[in-house]
Design a protein around this ligand. Structure first.
Ligand code: DC
Length: 223
């Protein structure tokens, strides 16, 4: 199926902006599939760590990612990620993976491999899909039906991430997960400025329900 024949909603933005929850919510309301591309970067991180490869052994990391078999659920109600036959659904959320995932996201050859897999999932999704991740609107699906950049103030993003994680997390670990990761990731991908044709939605003052409503309204009233 051609990407232009169906509804593809692409949502990018920085850590803690609410991309995942918003995207899942929109997919549920519209009966679409859902793709969490960040989960694929996390799964690729599991793949090279499980193989005992050191993060600074770039060639080995690239080889491990190129050969990794990543299976990811696109049902917004079922979170499941399998890499090389192993269920890593819970493991990809561990702090060690969050801390090391930038190894993958900062190597262009790894990005190429994952971007190709993501394009395939989007192309095959029936009847359409909400896909989210840092480079969705610009690199993975620049021809999506609707492209959005979800933003929020850094303090609000840190507070949201804190709520998602262990609320006892210290300030330094939280800043590492949100601000340092965004800084590293933004070396290769610009997810802080809306590209041409991408609508920016600042959800600093919006609840989750209001953010989902705002996205649905943009989808319904698209030109
Ligand atoms: O959204 P997340 O925190 O689960 O993403 C995990 C990491 O993967 C994050 O450090 C950024 C990176 N990533 C990326 O570079 N490009 C994407 N499309 C999705 C995630």
């Amino acid at each position: 199926m051609d990407i232009n024949d169906k509804l593809v909603i692409a949502i990018d933005g920085p850590s803690g902006s609410g991309k995942s929850t918003t995207s899942k919510g929109v997919a549920r309301v519209l009966g679409l599939r859902y793709l969490d591309t960040g989960a694929m970067y996390r799964a690729a991180t599991c793949a090279f760590l499980d193989a005992g490869i050191a993060p600074d052994d770039t060639q080995q990391v690239i080889a491990a990612v190129a050969s990794a078999q990543i299976e990811i659920s696109t049902d917004p109600d079922i979170e499941k990620v399998i890499v090389n036959g192993k269920d890593v659904t819970a493991a990809i959320r561990e702090p060690e993976i969050s801390a090391k995932v930038s190894t993958i996201s900062t190597i262009p050859q790894c990005r190429e491999v994952l971007v190709a897999q993501q394009r395939k999932i989007i192309t095959e999704a029936v009847p359409g899909i909400v896909a989210e991740g840092r480079d969705i609107t610009t690199v993975v699906a620049p021809d999506a039906t609707v492209r959005l950049l979800l933003t929020a103030d850094p303090d609000i993003r840190m507070a949201r991430r804190k709520r998602d994680l262990d609320s006892n997390i210290d300030a330094a670990a939280l800043a590492d997960q949100v601000l340092r990761r965004d800084r590293d990731d933004s070396k290769l991908v610009n997810f802080t400025d809306a590209a041409a044709g991408v609508i920016e939605l600042d959800c600093s003052d919006l609840s989750l329900a209001e953010t989902i409503e705002a996205v649905l309204s943009l989808v319904t009233h698209r030109p």
